[in-house]
Ligand binder design. Structure first.
Ligand code: NAD
Ligand code: TDX
Length: 379
C-alpha cells in the first residue's frame, strides 16, 4: 500500500489525476491537500473522498506546521505537487501571490519531505533517504519560454520564462533540482504542454470560449490569434505522471506533449463549429443557450453561433508566441504515448461542459464575475 500526498487536487489537473490513479491502482491511499482558492472546488472531488482510500485536508502548501503534521500522520511515499497559482493573466495582475505559492510553497513541501524522509548520512555527508519515496513536481512547458515557427522544447532547452507565472514555475523547478543536487533527494519533474478536458476552470481559453458561446457573449481572442499552444487531453497528462511516479528515474525531467499544435484562432473556430455540430445532432442541448431565438419551425436557433462572435482584443503583455513539446524522452524511456486525438478530445470536453452546467455555475458564482469584468470590460 503506497500513500500519496497530492496537492492542488481540487483544481483541474489534480482532480483528474486523483480520479485516474484511484481507478487504476487498488493498493494506494491518497491524501489531498488543497487551499480551495478560487480555482479549487470541493464538489469536483466530493465523489472521490471516501475516507477509506482518499482523504481531503484543507490547507496551504506554504504552512510549515501543517506539512509536518501531515507527514507525521500519514507516512507518505509519494508527493505529487500540483498546487499552484496557474493563470498567466492573473500573474500579470498580482505576481507576488504566484511567487509565494509556486516557489515558497514548493520549497516548504520539499523541506517537510526532507525532515520526514531522511534516514541518516552517507560517508560524504549526503543525506540517505527512505527507500521508495519520491517528490514529483508538476511543471509546465512555459519554463522554456517561446519558440519561433520552427523547433521544439526538449529537456535540454535552456529555461527562459517570460511571465511572472512561468518565472515562478521555473524557480520552483530550479529549487527542486537544487534539492536533488545538494541533498540527493529523489525527485522528478514533468513539463507538460497546455491541457484541456473536464473541470478546466473557465478563465482559461477553451472553457471560457465554451461558456461565452452558451451565454451568447463575444469570444475574446488576444492580439491577432496566431499564438500557438500544444494541446493535450488531461487524462493523457495524468497517465504520464503516473508512469513517471512508477517507472521514472530519480532526478530526471520529462517533457509531456502530444504534438498537437494549434493557433488560438483555430481553437476558437473549432469550438464554435463543434458546438454547432453537437447541437445539430442533439437539439436538446439548445435548451442550455441563454439566447433563445426561434427558427421558423419552432426550434431554438443556432444560426447566430458562428465566427462573427469572435472579437480581437488587446494582447496579453509579454504573450509567448509558440509552445511545442518534444516528448521523445518519455516515449522512449517510459513508453508513454497520448491516447486521445484532439478531434475526439474536444468533442468529449464540450459535451462534458454541456452536461455539467451546474458545476460551471457553481465555480463561477463567486469572484469570477468581478474577474471577468475587470479583465475583459475595457480590453
Ligand atoms: P488550477 O488552477 O486548476 O488548480 C490549482 C489548485 O491548487 C486549486 O485547487 C487551488 O485551490 C490549489 N492551490 C492554489 N494555491 C494553493 C496553496 N497555496 N496551497 C494549497 N493549494 C493551493 O491549476 P491546474 O491547471 O490544474 O494546474 C495544476 C498544475 O499543473 C500547476 O502546477 C500548473 O502549473 C501545472 N500545469 C498546468 C497546465 C495546464 O494546462 N493547466 C499545463 C502544464 C502544467
Ligand atoms: O480569453 C482568452 N483569449 C485568448 O486569446 C484567454 C483566456 C486566452 N487567450 C490565449 C492566450 C494563450 O495564447 O489563449 C492561449 C491559451 O491561454 P490560457 O488558456 O490562459 O493558457 P496559457 O496561458 O497557454 O497557460 C496554460 O498552459 C500552460 C495554463 O494556464 C498554465 O497553467 C500552463 O502552465
Amino acid at each position: 500500500m503506497k500513500t500519496y500526498l497530492v496537492t492542488g487536487a481540487a483544481g483541474f489537473i489534480g482532480a483528474n489525476y486523483i480520479k485516474y490513479i484511484l481507478a487504476k491502482h487498488d493498493d494506494i491511499k491518497v491524501v489531498i491537500l488543497d487551499a480551495l482558492t478560487y480555482a479549487g472546488n470541493l464538489e469536483t472531488i466530493s465523489s472521490d473522498i471516501d475516507n477509506e482510500r482518499c482523504f481531503f485536508i484543507k490547507g496551504n502548501i506554504c504552512d510549515h506546521d501543517l506539512a509536518d503534521r501531515l507527514f507525521a500522520d500519514y507516512k507518505f511515499d509519494y508527493i505529487v505537487n500540483f498546487a499552484a497559482e496557474s493563470h498567466v493573466d492573473r500573474s500579470i495582475e498580482n505576481p507576488q501571490l504566484f511567487l509565494q505559492t509556486n516557489i515558497l510553497g514548493t520549497q516548504n513541501l520539499l523541506d517537510a519531505a526532507r525532515r520526514a524522509w531522511v534516514t541518516g548520512k552517507d560517508e560524504n555527508g549526503y543525506p540517505t533517504w527512505r527507500k521508495g519515496v519520491r517528490f514529483h513536481q508538476v511543471s509546465t512547458d512555459e519554463v522554456y519560454g517561446s519558440l519561433g515557427p520552427e523547433g521544439y522544447f526538449t529537456e535540454e532547452t535552456p529555461l527562459c520564462p517570460h511571465s511572472p507565472y512561468s518565472a515562478s514555475k521555473t524557480s520552483a523547478d530550479l529549487i527542486v533540482m537544487a534539492y536533488r543536487d545538494t541533498y540527493k533527494m529523489p525527485v522528478t519533474i514533468s513539463r507538460c504542454s497546455n491541457n484541456y478536458g473536464p473541470y478546466h476552470f473557465p478563465e482559461k481559453l477553451i472553457p471560457l470560449i465554451i461558456k461565452n458561446i452558451l451565454e451568447g457573449k463575444k469570444l475574446p481572442v488576444y492580439g491577432n490569434g496566431t499564438n500557438v499552444r500544444d494541446w493535450l487531453y488531461v487524462e493523457d497528462h495524468c497517465k504520464a505522471i503516473d508512469m513517471i511516479i512508477n517507472k521514472g528515474k530519480d532526478g530526471e525531467i520529462y517533457n509531456v506533449g502530444g504534438h498537437n499544435e494549434k493557433q488560438n484562432i483555430e481553437i476558437v473556430k473549432l469550438t464554435i463549429a463543434t458546438i454547432r455540430q453537437i447541437m445539430t445532432e442533439q437539439p436538446e442541448y439548445r435548451n442550455i443557450l441563454k439566447k433563445k431565438e426561434m427558427t421558423s419551425d419552432g426550434q431554438i436557433s443556432i444560426d447566430w453561433i458562428n465566427d462573427s462572435l469572435i472579437t480581437y482584443v488587446k494582447d496579453r503583455l509579454g504573450h509567448d508566441q509558440r509552445y511545442a513539446i518534444d516528448p521523445t524522452k518519455i516515449t522512449r524511456e517510459l513508453g508513454w504515448t497520448p491516447e486521445t486525438k484532439f478531434e475526439d478530445g474536444i468533442v468529449k470536453t464540450i459535451k462534458w461542459y454541456l452536461d455539467h452546467q451546474a458545476w460551471v455555475k457553481n465555480v463561477t458564482s463567486g469572484e469570477y464575475q468581478n474577474y471577468y469584468e475587470h479583465m475583459y470590460k475595457n480590453r
